[in-house]
Design a protein around this ligand. Structure first.
Ligand code: HEC
Length: 142
């Protein structure tokens, strides 16, 4: 009897372990992408948007909490990264005047990585961006 009890305990514990590792399978993907994206962010974006994503008032918009950054319009985000932005824009009720540099040399994977980083850092939480989605978006950007 004791043996049966022990055996069922082992079964319960191992099934808990198996289901936990199964639900975690997507996590390493986004974590690895964000790690690569952080390097790109520190090299190319931090000078304007700041290390904590808070931006610079009236010059560079914050990325932390920004509706576009967390939103589902991935085409818009890919376009901003590739093309940059030079017009004065209103974002979430504030105006920003600085020019954002273009990044035409970043690969699809690098763009997905930096987007995953800004979409899931600080207080942001958003869905994964894949290199395939960036590739598809790129064909619509002239
Ligand atoms: C030279 C400064 C500068 C650099 C470098 C820069 N940005 Fe920007 N970024 C801006 C400015 C300024 C805007 C707002 C557009 C404008 O005023 O023309 C902006 C806008 C954005 C937006 C849109 C924000 C919103 O809420 O609509 C995103 C996303 C963004 N930048 C991400 C990035 C990423 C990622 C990088 C690095 C690959 C980067 N930026 C590099 C200055 C910069």
């Amino acid at each position: 009897m004791k043996y049966v009890y022990f055996l069922s305990l082992v079964l319960v514990l191992s099934s808990a372990f198996v289901s936990r590792s199964a639900t975690n399978t997507v996590q390493p993907t986004i974590k690895a992408s964000m790690d690569r994206g952080k390097t790109i962010y520190l090299q190319r974006c931090m000078a304007c948007h700041q290390v904590d994503g808070s931006g610079v008032p009236r010059l560079n918009p914050p990325l932390d909490g920004a509706s576009t950054v967390k939103g589902n319009d991935k085409l818009k985000l890919v376009r901003i990264i590739i093309k940059g932005m030079t017009e004065r824009v209103e974002i979430d009720g504030e105006y920003y005047d600085n020019n954002m540099s273009a990044n035409p040399d970043l690969t699809d994977t690098q763009i997905a990585d930096v987007l995953n980083y800004i979409r899931n850092s600080w207080s942001n939480k958003a869905s994964l961006v894949t290199a395939a989605e960036v590739k598809a978006a790129r064909t619509k950007i002239k």
